[in-house]
Write a protein that binds this ligand. Structure first.
Ligand code: FES
Ligand SMILES: [Fe+2]
Length: 389
């Protein structure tokens, strides 16, 4: 176990023994306008979603010889993995007359298509999975165009710890490993890269994206909002946190930690004591349930909308038909009964009241300090004081 994670476990044990909750140093406020103001949203689009590496997929979603459309960032993107094993990202736009090469939005969440090349459905211009133009139908009819200038437009993309990250504009390469900072070692110990997709939902709700992020950064609400669903399994607001650059990692204590505390030797043992929850700044969560992990992207198509992309990742040794009913049932409990009907429904209800004028600011107590930290990081990113490097 990485030393930083071991330290979190030690602090969890200390909180249990002393019955003392870790708190922030001070309470604070967040302006309601940050959830509603169109100009603020445009700044987020430019400075956050337009410049930071954003988690686009789990590594297992893009096998060798496949293409996965990804359009949650407002521009059509396609991820590919060629025979060299490297994952790449391109604008999903044909260099002939702009057709999407791989169909993006549909009623079902995007899935990788097995393919040897990308063939445009309009006139069959064909590209290698590494983006090079391979073939044009009746190529001789295009005068004076150098084919090498017609490769797909590549986007910065890299992979680490089981996550594929992409930037939505062309530019310099980045290192996903460096970007994740200390979080990567935690995700590696948890075995994120070995997990495999069981189910994915992709839905849009009427709430600012940060309202759903806020909901996963504090355990203060679990006792009340989740009283009849998951609170029976959780201790009341005992959470320890770690900061890895702008990213945040938490152990949200479960009741079992207060019954019998054994230093955990593996992921399953740790997940019995607490629910590890990581925010990959700015908009991606990993939530480690007792036997699987939720990868959740919270995207921002409009100031008053969140696009919720929840990918359920299960251990690779539990994928047979025998396991399906178990995974279906547990996914139903978490995605529908807890996330949709409680956390997301709350974000939507809050959003409806934002413009009423009842609040100019929201008040966050010392048990909600991670929410404050998230908003301060956003302020810093928009103000140019915090960058992804
Ligand atoms: S638009 Fe793609 S081949 Fe014509
Ligand atoms: Fe919640």
């Amino acid at each position: 176990m990485p030393a930083t994670l071991a330290d979190m476990v030690r602090r969890l044990d200390q909180a249990r023994v002393t019955q003392t909750r870790e708190e922030g140093e001070e309470s604070g406020t967040v302006p309601v306008g940050h959830y509603t103001d169109h100009q603020h949203w445009q700044q987020e689009q430019a400075a956050l979603f337009g410049q930071w590496p954003i988690v686009a997929a789990h590594s297992s979603e893009v096998p060798i010889g496949s293409a996965l459309p990804f359009d949650s960032l407002g521009v059509p993107i396609v991820l590919t993995r060629a025979a060299d094993g490297r994952v790449r990202a391109f604008l999903n736009v044909c260099r002939h007359r702009g057709m999407a090469l791989v169909a993006g939005s549909g009623p079902e969440p995007a899935k990788a298509k097995p393919c040897k090349a990308l063939v445009c459905p309009y006139h069959a211009w064909t590209y290698e999975l590494d983006g090079r133009l391979r073939h044009r139908l009746h190529a001789e009819t295009f005068d004076g165009i150098e084919p090498a200038t017609l490769n797909l437009v590549e986007l910065p993309c890299d992979e680490a710890s089981g996550l594929v990250l992409v930037k939505r504009s062309p530019g310099a390469a980045f290192s996903a490993e460096a970007f994740l900072q200390g979080l990567g070692a935690h995700l590696d110990w948890m075995g994120l890269a070995r997990m495999t997709v069981f189910r994915k939902v992709d839905k849009v709700y009427d709430a600012n994206w940060k309202l759903t992020v806020d909901a996963f950064l504090e355990g203060y609400h679990i006792r009340v909002l989740h009283r009849d669903t998951i609170y029976p399994f959780f201790a009341d607001a005992y959470t320890v946190n770690l900061h890895a650059g702008p990213h945040q990692d938490s152990l949200v204590a479960r009741r079992t930690a207060f019954e019998a505390f054994e230093p955990p030797q593996d992921r399953e043992a740790l997940c019995k004591l607490a629910t590890p929850t990581q925010l990959v700044f700015p908009n991606t969560f990993l939530i480690w349930h007792p036997d699987y992990v939720s990868l959740i992207g919270m995207f921002s198509p409009a100031p008053d909308q969140v696009r919720w992309v929840h990918t359920m990742l299960i251990p690779p040794d539990r994928t047979g038909d025998d396991w399906t009913p178990h995974w279906e049932k547990t996914f139903q409990l978490i995605e529908q009964n807890v996330f949709q009907q409680e956390d997301i429904a709350t974000a939507v209800a809050i959003h409806r009241g934002l413009s009423s004028g009842a609040n100019t600011h929201f008040h966050l107590g010392r048990l909600e300090h991670e929410v404050l930290r998230f908003h301060r990081n956003i302020d810093d990113a928009l103000g140019g004081r915090l960058g992804p490097a």
